[in-house]
Ligand binder design. Structure first.
Ligand SMILES: Cc1cc2nc3c(=O)[nH]c(=O)nc-3n(C[C@H](O)[C@H](O)[C@H](O)COP(=O)(O)OP(=O)(O)OC[C@H]3O[C@@H](n4cnc5c(N)ncnc54)[C@H](O)[C@@H]3O)c2cc1C
Ligand SMILES: NC(=O)c1ccc[n+]([C@@H]2O[C@H](COP(=O)([O-])OP(=O)(O)OC[C@H]3O[C@@H](n4cnc5c(N)ncnc54)[C@H](O)[C@@H]3O)[C@@H](O)[C@H]2O)c1
Length: 466
């Protein structure tokens, strides 16, 4: 006799956990299947450890900007120990207790679809076959992708997994990629003592954001001594001794030697051995969903996908948001409401994101380019954040820049980007303004406190002409 649940979730990361929470709140029974650690990539090998490694570097930057404070050398062992604490020493018993408290059943093992509404789980004790009354939700996340460079796989390079769990800081680190993982981890490893070279295939860092953000970050990296090389490819890799020195052959013809190599060239969805073929879906592509997070092309609509695996936005907070929508939708449909109101709207506005480098790069909504490509009547307003009184008080030589992208037809914000120290906490105001489509003449009455960096909002609106 098969085990039966109202909802079965495959993948116990932040997205999967939030589906279970919402579905159970909606009166359903649920099971969640996890093959590694409950809490997912985010808790152990991504967001949490990376931010634990970056926090001291961020703070050191702040201290350097304020006269009268002195900074001793960073105690690397203490930083790594705090990182270990932040990831619960790779023990998920706290998360497992939380799942029990929902209440939901945590099933440890590898889950795969086995035809409509059925999930086969390989557990340490043997095989279990589960049946879902209402829904199966895929929340299996993503894994690092290695480009097909000769010698690379054999060189056993670091990916985000190894760098966030580093036990030692390499003397010389080569980083391939110019995206968020490359930038954050180059900043962290350099700050902890690695001589760091970043090899970027494109023209600059953070190519999906406003160009000034990547330029400011590249300037800051150069000042700090991080060597950023753009328009360069890796054509071959050699590592004769496992764990020994690694030589990168570059497209400019010059070799680069390093003690460790970090590949940060993006991710692919975790759909390997997930049984997608048993329900007629492609096995190596993101699981396409509609705005209620229901997989498209499935008869009876019992399959959903949330988080990285649907390829919409690879960010924890967006995966959790999708999960809340998805859990509520499943519960509503189970009650017989075939057209529940909940929909993923936020993704369409442009997700908020903070890159935790120095300067912090924060953005929500559309960049100028994306807004123009989408056909909006765009006006761009820029302001030097260093000219705001609150920024001066934050420290000497505060440099920052803000950009607002305005829809001139509706007089609302389409996107906002801030680049500057401590800018992360400015972002949510922008997220509210963009998502709620607050009219600019109404936003004008949201008075920022003096002397905070938030006064940049006032200056942006004045520069616009209000
Ligand atoms: C270095 C790094 C730093 C990041 N920092 C941030 C950040 O600061 N902020 C942010 O918003 N995002 C950040 N991200 C992105 C974030 O980690 C992901 O968007 C997030 O983890 C996605 O959550 P998820 O639940 O979809 O998947 P995951 O967190 O990947 O969890 C999926 C879970 O499913 C399990 N699983 C997979 N297949 C199966 C199976 N067949 N059976 C059973 N279990 C399975 C996996 O073991 C895993 O535990 C970062 C990513 C990286 C790599
Ligand atoms: N603070 C945060 O919010 C945060 C932090 C880390 C990661 N993340 C998320 O995790 C996801 C993965 O991050 P990522 O940095 O791995 O991916 P990414 O897609 O952001 O960046 C990948 C980079 O690698 C480059 N690249 C791709 N293929 C290459 C190749 N063959 N050779 C050389 N360069 C190549 C790309 O041009 C790009 O610069 C992102 O979507 C990101 O949003 C978020």
């Amino acid at each position: 006799m098969a085990d039966e649940f109202d909802v079965i979730v495959i993948g116990g990361g932040p997205a999967g956990e939030n589906v279970v929470d919402r579905a159970v709140r909606g009166g359903l029974t649920a099971a969640i299947i996890e093959e590694r650690l409950a809490g997912g990539e985010c808790s152990y090998w991504a967001c949490v450890p990376s931010k634990a490694l970056l926090r001291p570097i961020d703070l050191a930057g702040e201290v350097r900007r304020v006269p009268g404070l002195s900074l001793g050398p960073i105690d690397v062992a203490a930083v790594l120990a705090r990182r270990d604490e932040a990831v619960g020493n790779y023990d998920d018993s706290g998360q497992a207790r939380w799942i029990e408290s929902v209440p939901a059943e945590l099933i440890r093992g590898h889950g795969r679809l086995d035809g409509p509404r059925r999930v086969r789980v390989t557990t340490p004790e043997g095989e279990r076959v589960l049946t879902a009354h209402h829904a199966v939700v895929l929340a299996t996340g993503s894994v690092p992708a290695l480009p097909p460079v000769p010698g690379l796989a054999e060189a056993n390079p670091w990916t985000s997994h190894e760098v966030t769990a580093a036990k030692e800081i390499p003397e010389r680190l080569a980083v391939v990629g110019g995206g968020v993982v490359a930038c954050e981890m180059a900043q962290a490893m350099h700050g902890l003592g690695a001589q760091t070279t970043v090899l970027v295939r494109g023209d600059g860092l953070l190519g999906r954001m406003e160009p000034f953000a990547g330029e400011m970050l590249a300037d800051s990296f150069a000042e700090a001594g991080i060597d950023v090389r753009t328009r360069i490819g890796v054509v071959g890799v050699e590592r004769p001794e496992p764990g020994g020195k690694v030589t990168l052959h570059l497209s400019d013809g010059l070799p680069l030697e390093a003690d460790e190599l970090l590949i940060a060239t993006g991710r692919r969805v975790a759909t390997h051995d997930l049984g997608l073929d048993t329900v007629g879906l492609p096995t190596d592509a993101p699981v396409e969903v509609d705005d209620s997070l229901r997989a498209t092309g499935i008869a009876d609509g019992w399959l959903y996908a949330v988080g990285d695996v649907n390829g919409r936005v690879l960010l924890t907070h967006m995966g959790k948001y999708q999960a809340r929508v998805c859990g509520d939708v499943i519960a509503a449909r189970a009650r017989g409401d075939e057209l529940p109101g909940m929909r993923d709207l936020a993704g369409g506005y442009g997700a908020p994101q903070v890159v935790f480098t120095d300067p912090q790069i924060c953005a929500v909504g559309r960049t100028e380019r994306a807004a123009r490509d989408d056909g909006f009547n765009v006006r761009v307003v820029d302001y030097d954040m260093g000219a705001v009184a609150g920024a001066y008080l934050m420290g000497d030589g505060y440099r920052g820049k803000a950009r607002a992208v305005v829809d001139e037809d509706r007089k609302v914000l389409l996107g906002v980007t801030f680049a500057g120290p401590g800018a992360a906490e400015l972002l949510h105001g922008a997220t509210i303004a963009v998502t709620a489509e607050v009219p600019l003449d109404r936003l004008w009455h949201a008075v920022p406190s003096f002397p905070t960096v938030s006064e940049v909002w006032l200056r942006l609106l004045e520069t616009y002409g209000l």
